[in-house]
Design a protein. Structure first.
Length: 201
């Protein structure tokens, strides 16, 4: 690629990745998954009468009000809690209502958070954001975004009021470039258009 932006200096050849300034987000741990509206979890209760083990499994979905209903102690506000916080609250509720608190909770439905992806080569996509860490290369692989030899694309990540820009060729080739995604990230992939020109150097 030719850089002829400064007319007071001779044009020069540069790498495609230098066509824009890269700005990488910090790979900070976003912390444990926060339960939201539409998410669901499975609660498995164990009871032993001395002769046999009884197992009861129920699936709870978080309502639009951010609550779930338990037969043992009624409605419980769960929106905004982590799994460990939910387990602690349920444990205390069981104890208060005289129920043996022998149970397990597992998050099984992740519907409150998404990663939004748009590329010129295809339709916009949404990818569920779960309690399993997901990285930028995982997202690009899911939407089949590939970098062809001799080409490049600009990846823009919108995160809150922050904007980050990356080179697709660099992300694809360098295994050390690992960008961890966060809930509700918006990603846009646009090819860098190269125009054939004759330039005297």
């Amino acid at each position: 690629m030719v850089d002829a932006s400064d007319l007071t200096k001779p044009a020069k050849l540069i790498k495609a990745s230098k066509a824009f300034k890269e700005n990488y987000p910090q790979n900070s741990d976003p912390g444990p998954y926060i339960i939201g509206i539409g998410d669901s979890f499975k609660i498995t209760q164990f009871s032993n009468d001395g002769e046999s083990l009884d197992i009861t499994v129920r699936t709870k979905r978080v309502s639009e009000k951010g609550t779930v209903n338990f037969l043992e102690f009624g409605r419980l506000k769960v929106e905004g809690l982590t799994q460990s916080e939910l387990e602690e609250i349920v444990y205390q509720k069981f104890v208060q209502n005289g129920v043996l608190p022998n149970f397990e909770i597992e998050l099984v439905g992740f519907n409150s958070k998404r990663i939004f992806v748009s590329a010129e080569a295809g339709s916009p996509r949404t990818i569920p954001y779960t309690n399993v860490p997901i990285f930028l290369d995982d997202v690009l692989s899911q939407i089949s975004v590939q970098n062809n030899t001799g080409t490049d694309s600009k990846i823009t990540i919108y995160r809150g009021d922050k904007v980050y820009t990356l080179s697709l060729s660099k992300v694809s080739k360098d295994s050390n470039v690992k960008v961890r995604m966060k809930a509700n990230d918006r990603i846009y992939v646009a090819p860098i258009i190269f125009r054939k020109e004759a330039v005297l150097i």
